[in-house]
Design a protein around this ligand. Sequence first.
Ligand code: TYD
Ligand code: MG
Length: 450
Amino acid sequence: MAKEAKVQFICQECGYCSPKWLGKCPDCGGWNTFVEEISSLKPSSTSLDTPSTPIPITQIDSLKLPRLKTGLLELDRVLGGGLVPGSVVLIGGAPGIGKSTLTLQALFNLTKQGLNTLYVSGEESATQIKLRAERLHVEHPRLYLLTETALEHILSSIEKIDVQIVVIDSIQTMFTTALTSAPGSVSQVREVTGKLVRLAKNRNISIFIVGHVTKEGAIAGPRMLEHMVDTVLYFEGEKGHPHRILCAVKNRFGSTNEIGVFEMQEYGLVEVNNPSELFLAERPVNTSGSVIVPILEGSRPILIELQALTSPSFLAMPRRTSIGVDPYRLNLLVAILEKKVGLNLGQQDIFFNVAGGVKIEEPAADLGIVTAIASSFLNKPIPPQWVLLGEVGLTGEVRAITQAEIRLIEAEKMGFKQCIIPQSNLKHLKKTPLPTIGIHKIEKAFEVLF
Ligand code: TYD
Ligand code: MG
């Protein structure tokens, strides 16, 4: 017997369902996130239409996964070496960052290799997309366009033309008639994604799903989307800056450490093959508070500028602002500076920034962070040809970092002349590409630098 549609309240942040409205979500802790949604009781994500049979693991082909090259090396790298047929990739990013541009360019490159591709837009009209395609020079007779928001119509279009790659732009505009809730609501987003994932697996079609991120920086309804798809990529960049960074937060087919760097130009996104050059282009020379560190993004070393600014505070609780580095790590390093080097930072506001909008998660940048802060506080510039590396421990010791050699090679390539690294790393290096000083303690770095 068919049950009636029921009203439920769903947290728009995490998808938690409640029979009544709640002010605070018991699952994710979000306030005022519950929205009333009417949905038919049985979402079809548990459909039984294509049963599969168990196969002995020994009989499964262990052929290497074939990969489709998107023609954008930076995108291929983040995907783990190319697009896997039948995979579902979610691309999240703020409006205007370039998601539509990126996916359209990738589709065109795939089309040129003889594949049929489909770009489904729920946001723009066919003419608008055509104008963009003209500007990007990405027109091709096998690149199909569909302006549609009803999933059922999209699925029947895919039945009609034999396509191998589909872009859904964006998931928040799509809806299925199986549910009565509005497009963009958690249940619609979840249900539509579920159906697309099944389509991808059954028909071996690769699907890019574009998702807008909310103010808090998460793709709407993020948790259930992230576990449903194979790969989750975020496309980020700062307003007013032309460069964009693509990074993976989940990847069933590769590492999540890789980043891809692009630059938005007049005729679309252009790959940046040498990010160090880009990130160092505007660096101030001989100014206090600026330090260069060779960080590792996946397998790739990139030289990044760290900037610190200290100024006397007029507040009872001086400000500690950090962009690109975990604020807890910053506080910890400031405490080490106070205790071990005797810098009196207690009454200083400290602002810290990683130039170019990059996020640093590895401790190898610690030594760079402490010296940038000290350089600003002491108003003494760090020599511009120097790079610094090392993890800083609570007793002020400088600890070994991973893959020192490739970082030093990158520094040498970019014209740096001197390097400070942990003594324990120096011991294991047979040959250093540039003059290198090994240190045990941060005090030693201060002796050398200031
Ligand atoms: P878009 O791909 O529409 O962003 P999203 O889909 O993430 O919302 O990109 C929008 C911005 O990119 C827009 O502000 C204009 C700029 N842009 C260029 O600078 N050059 C180009 O060739 C294109 C197509 C867009
Ligand atoms: Mg768009």
